[in-house]
Design a protein around this ligand. Structure first.
Ligand code: 4H7
Length: 258
């Protein structure tokens, strides 16, 4: 997989891309990530990337020309369907499903906007997908690009040592994860649930599934509507609903009916 990022702040990406799994994936040659300075695609002496908004008003607007030049260059030896992704609060919400779809492409181009936004003609001419990473406001598209890169890279085959962990996790199955514990078995009087120390694999599996369901019911009940639930899951949910809440520290969101 090859990812091109176009930004006015290349430095923003240095440390995150040189850390942990993202660094290892690149060293292993499983993914190549190239950060491009938008200014290198300007055609004027002063390398200007922004200008005043037509119609007046506060703030600046990013010029279309550098984005047009950047995408033309970066698409030059690429397949025709290469997504050109622009991050904006107006975009389609990013989900794990959408990340999976993007991970099927050999090449992705990510464009980061700033100031009041980008000249609409750049969006019309070169952007194929507008993406939002959530309903909040950022100063620029860079954190959003990093979020997508991180979510994508971990899906590239070979990047995570344990391939099965990707699918057994949270959103892949449509449920939240069960609680995790490691040594010691007792810490300041807080015990690890006995079943996890028992070595009974079937009981452990059932405990984890039940607590995964419990967390989902408590925190994100709407996820249960679309999760693939087995007959056992429905039994476990019935048990959970009869038992008193064992996790009083959890958010007290209404656990709506599924
Ligand atoms: C492009 C267009 C993405 C980039 C507009 C980007 C949130 C997200 C930005 C803007 C982003 C997200 C201009 C929107 C200034 C906010 C006050 C950069 N914010 N801006 N406005 N949710 N900001 O994915």
């Amino acid at each position: 997989m090859h990812i091109d990022v176009v930004t006015i702040f290349p430095d923003f990406f240095r440390s995150p891309l040189q850390t942990s799994i993202l660094a290892r994936a690149q060293q292993a040659g499983l993914v190549t990530i190239q950060i491009h300075d938008l200014r290198t695609f300007t055609e004027d002496k002063h390398r200007v990337v922004d200008d005043y908004p037509y119609g007046g008003g506060p703030g600046m607007v990013m010029k279309a020309q550098p984005f047009l030049a950047a995408t033309e260059t970066l698409r030059a030896d690429s397949a025709d369907g290469t997504p050109v992704i622009f991050f904006t609060p107006q975009g389609r919400p990013l989900t794990q499903q959408r990340v999976c779809e993007f991970s099927e492409y050999q090449h992705l181009i990510l464009l980061c906007g700033h100031y009041e936004g980008v000249d609409e003609r750049a969006r019309q001419a070169v952007v194929t997908e507008e993406v939002s990473i959530g309903d909040y406001v950022l100063t620029g598209g860079e954190p959003a690009a990093l979020v997508l890169i991180d979510a994508l890279v971990r899906l590239v085959p070979g990047v995570l040592g344990n391939e099965s962990s990707t699918e057994s996790e949270s959103f892949a199955k449509g449920l939240l994860e069960h609680p995790h514990y490691t040594r010691p078995a007792e810490l300041d009087g807080m015990r690890v649930p006995e079943v996890l120390l028992s070595g009974h694999h079937e009981q452990i599996r059932r405990w984890r599934r039940k607590h995964s369901l419990r967390r989902t019911l408590t925190r994100r009940p709407e996820l249960l509507r679309t999760a693939e639930l087995t007959e056992e899951d429905h039994k476990l949910l019935a048990e959970i609903k009869q038992q008193p809440q064992k996790e009083p520290q959890e958010p007290t969101q209404a656990s709506g009916d599924i």
